[in-house]
Design a protein around this ligand. Structure first.
Ligand SMILES: Nc1ncnc2c1ncn2[C@@H]1O[C@H](COP(=O)(O)OP(=O)(O)OP(=O)(O)O)[C@@H](O)[C@H]1O
Ligand SMILES: [Mg+2]
Length: 371
């Protein structure tokens, strides 16, 4: 059995990581600086966290310290502070004199028997303001450390921070971060709608960060990278990469997932022609348990709209489409398209509407009469 060269769980590193040379370089330059502030953003599953961790791994080889805090499990600003403290402790190997460093935070914190500091959980019951003051103090203490030894803080799923404290939190955070002359702050986030709003003109983070926008990997490069992995494993040329990209769309994880399943099929059969089509079919049927409840949850009109998008018609509000799918007038349709965008089932760009999840698109396409 050959090892599958495509990984879809967690952060990919080493031989599983398709090089993002420019993006990694930009992140590394920020990490080498002092007092830098960068925001990495892009759509879900594009590969933001993998870029950050690959860049961090390179910096660590040069003995630099990079604290990586994924705050997605947090349910309060106190949790955010604690996740950052724990990550800091992990990175600095427990060598920090916490009592000295946290002295400035005039709130209670405990240090576990393993030497890990935590803010008192009772703080979660306090106002967002109070919690934010403590979080700012934690960030200040990291900046104080960075004054002596270079340090970068990465906060992944950053939009959570302001979810807990509303807009007021943004201004308070901004003023804390702005004062840091030593600590490099790198924030990453994927709910582009929330982050887009956070960066608007009247909001605190307007023009505050250097922005690194993460888009799709170059199609030719990625297609060839996939084909090369097949060739290395099976000792003959395969041409599956471009088809994976065509069927899975622009998000890195979706493409890698389809390549991974195609690889499983290639191990079982000599039939090369329909490899990717068979793989997507299989993925869609494996995900039926997960996709069907999503479908059942939608109104009949929303289902019809999804059928229109899955059918690939481009003129969605044309009379021909309205008649073919039995839809209401186009003025009513706009509202319902919007609700599907707000709930992340559909996305919208300059080319029109598309499914957020390409496998859901194929699942819905199967329900069409022509399927
Ligand atoms: N450069 C890459 N090389 C190979 N696979 C990648 C790469 N980037 C992303 N992937 C694939 O996509 C998956 C998701 O990547 P990652 O978690 O880095 O994305 P993300 O943009 O941070 O996603 P999310 O928005 O969900 O946080 C990985 O587990 C891997 O399967
Ligand atoms: Mg991520």
């Amino acid at each position: 059995m050959r090892e599958n060269p495509f990984r879809i769980s967690g952060i990919v590193t080493g031989k599983y990581f398709i090089d993002r040379a420019d993006e990694c370089q930009a992140v590394i330059e920020t990490m080498r600086g002092q007092g830098e502030k960068m925001l990495i953003y892009g759509q879900r599953r594009m590969g933001k966290s993998s870029i950050l961790l690959n860049a961090a791994a390179r910096l660590r080889k040069e003995k630099e310290q990079v604290v990586y805090a994924d705050i997605s499990p947090a349910t309060s600003l106190t949790d955010v502070a604690n996740i950052i403290l724990h990550a800091f402790n992990k990175e600095t190997g427990g060598t920090v004199n916490w009592i000295e460093l946290l002295r400035q935070i005039q709130i209670s914190f405990t240090i576990s028997s393993q030497g890990i500091p935590s803010l008192d959980v009772s703080l979660k019951k306090e106002s967002a303001d109070k919690q934010l003051t403590c979080l700012s103090a934690v960030l200040d203490s990291l900046d104080a450390y960075a004054a002596k030894k270079k340090l970068t803080l990465i906060v992944d799923e950053f939009q959570k921070m302001v979810e807990f404290g509303a807009e007021a939190a943004e201004w308070q955070l901004r003023s804390a971060i702005q004062q840091h002359q030593h600590l490099n702050h790198i924030y990453a986030g994927s709910q582009t709608r929330i982050i887009d709003q956070m960066l608007m003109k009247d909001r605190a983070f307007y023009r505050f960060f250097e922005i690194l926008s993460i888009g799709p990997i170059d199609e030719t490069f990625m297609g060839e990278w996939i084909d090369e992995r097949f060739k290395q494993a099976f000792g003959k040329p395969y041409s599956v990469g471009a088809e994976c990209i065509r069927l899975a769309g622009p998000r890195t994880r979706d493409i890698v997932k389809l390549a991974r399943k195609s690889f499983v099929f290639a191990q079982r059969s000599q039939k090369i022609d329909s490899l990717v089509a068979d793989a997507i079919q299989q993925l869609v049927s494996e995900e039926d348990d997960f996709l069907r409840p999503q479908w059942d949850h939608l109104s009949n009109l929303q289902k019809d709209i999804l059928k229109v998008v899955a059918s690939g018609v481009t003129e969605i509000s044309s009379q021909a489409t309205i008649t073919r799918f039995g839809l209401p007038s186009s003025s009513k349709l706009a509202y319902h398209f919007n609700t599907l965008v707000k709930s992340d089932v559909l996305g919208k760009d300059s080319d029109g509407y598309h499914f957020d999840n390409p496998f859901f698109k194929h699942w819905v396409a199967q329900t069409l009469p022509e399927a």
